[in-house]
Design a protein around this ligand. Structure first.
Ligand SMILES: Cc1ncc(COP(=O)(O)O)c(C=O)c1O
Length: 367
């Protein structure tokens, strides 16, 4: 008899929907457009000129990597993502955003985590597994008004947001982060979609040294390598980094060396830089074409973009998931991404707009 400790966390609805649509496609023999996923699908990153730069026979690739990450990769991240404004000691290379969130939630002693009211469901699932309370904020003003009760809590910043794909003005965002930091509120910056659009700008340099700010970054979205399972955590708190690295060690014995070398080459070599730039150029071009097209057709749910811009790899459209499916388009009901007003949210869907423009247009032209 196996005694199982069951969790109330659920498998992602997103993968279940993908499965359902694949079955529909197989039964009908007709093509569907998959906008349910959360990865960039305009083009894959072309690694053909980067792979020859890697010596797969090198001993340091074949054996365990240093527990906090390969020094050359950390150096490259400090240069590229922090403009030299931080130190390698403030970084931990980890197995991507999901496991980074789990490590952080295990390690911090928090009263509660405050999520955006439209949020990526995995935040809540990880917290269910780790028995952490969470609540929501509707906007920045609400957070500021409640500052008195936020001590001991962590606020998650996801900008551009998943699921809304909305991007707030950087100045307002940085002001908010500084305000929360000054009031001793932990700020967890988990914005993996930002890097697709604002590569290597000064954002992390402006917030990275704040004592209560933890930056979680992933290479899954910004350079299209979700299969490699790699990202990093940045914090100036030495004890936090030490504790995270102990947990990382006993959870996974470190991070895949090949993935670390691959990202290092992408960040440091001319061939790598060219591959990343081309990937971002083509991806952002089609995302923009898609968003403009949806706006022109009147399909974009503009009410979600009042104080922000539709910018991310996702947008919200004025169709329920069922309506989209009638037109052979797989999206996800917005009701999956909120704990409140689910009925109202079900009139809308989150779609991924990081797909080739001609494909999106082909399907939406028929509506
Ligand atoms: C908001 C957000 N954070 C983090 C992640 C984690 O991505 P990964 O584990 O691939 O780094 C995702 C993935 O969908 C996400 O949407």
């Amino acid at each position: 008899m196996l005694n199982i400790k069951e969790t109330t966390a659920k498998y992602s609805a997103i993968s279940a929907i993908g499965e359902q649509v694949r079955q529909l496609e197989a039964q009908s023999g007709e093509k569907y457009l998959y906008l349910n996923q959360g990865v960039n699908a305009v083009v894959p990153i072309d690694l053909s000129k980067v792979i020859p730069l890697i010596d797969f026979n090198a001993k340091d690739i074949q054996v365990y990597a240093p527990m906090k990450g390969r020094p050359l990769l950390k150096k490259a991240i400090i240069k590229t993502y922090f403009k030299g404004s931080s130190r390698a000691e403030n970084l931990l290379i980890n197995n991507g955003g999901m496991s980074g969130l789990d490590l952080i939630f295990q390690t911090l002693d928090l009263k509660r985590v405050i999520l955006p009211s439209f949020f990526w469901g995995s935040y809540a699932n990880i917290m269910k597994i780790r028995n952490i309370d969470y609540d929501f904020y509707a906007n920045f003003d609400e957070l500021k008004a409640q500052i008195g009760v936020l001590e001991g809590c962590a606020v998650v910043i996801c900008d551009p947001n998943n699921p809304l794909g909305n991007k707030f003005d950087d100045k307002n965002l940085i002001d908010l982060i500084k305000f929360l930091d000054e009031h001793q509120v932990t700020v967890l910056v988990d914005s993996p979609y930002r890097g697709v659009f604002y590569a290597n700008d000064a954002f992390y340099s402006q917030i990275g040294q704040l004592a209560n700010v933890i930056i979680l970054e992933s290479f899954s979205k910004s350079i299209g390598l979700s299969g490699q399972r790699i990202g990093f955590i940045h914090s100036t708190n030495e004890l936090l980094l030490q504790q995270l690295s102990i947990r990382l060690m006993y959870a996974s014995n470190g991070v895949n060396s090949f993935a670390q070398v691959l990202v290092e080459k992408l960040l440091t070599t001319p061939a790598g830089n060219a591959a990343v730039n081309e990937f971002r150029k083509q991806t952002t071009r089609d995302i923009l074409l898609n968003i403009n097209y949806l706006k022109e057709r009147g399909f974009l749910a503009e009410q979600f973009y009042k104080n922000s811009q539709p910018k991310g790899i996702f947008v919200v459209v004025k169709f329920s998931a069922e309506e989209l499916l009638k037109h052979h388009i797989a999206g996800i009901s917005l009701s999956f991404f909120t704990a409140h007003q689910k009925e109202e949210a079900a009139q809308f869907s989150r779609i991924c707009v990081s797909v080739p423009h001609h494909e999106l247009k082909l399907f939406f032209d028929k509506i």
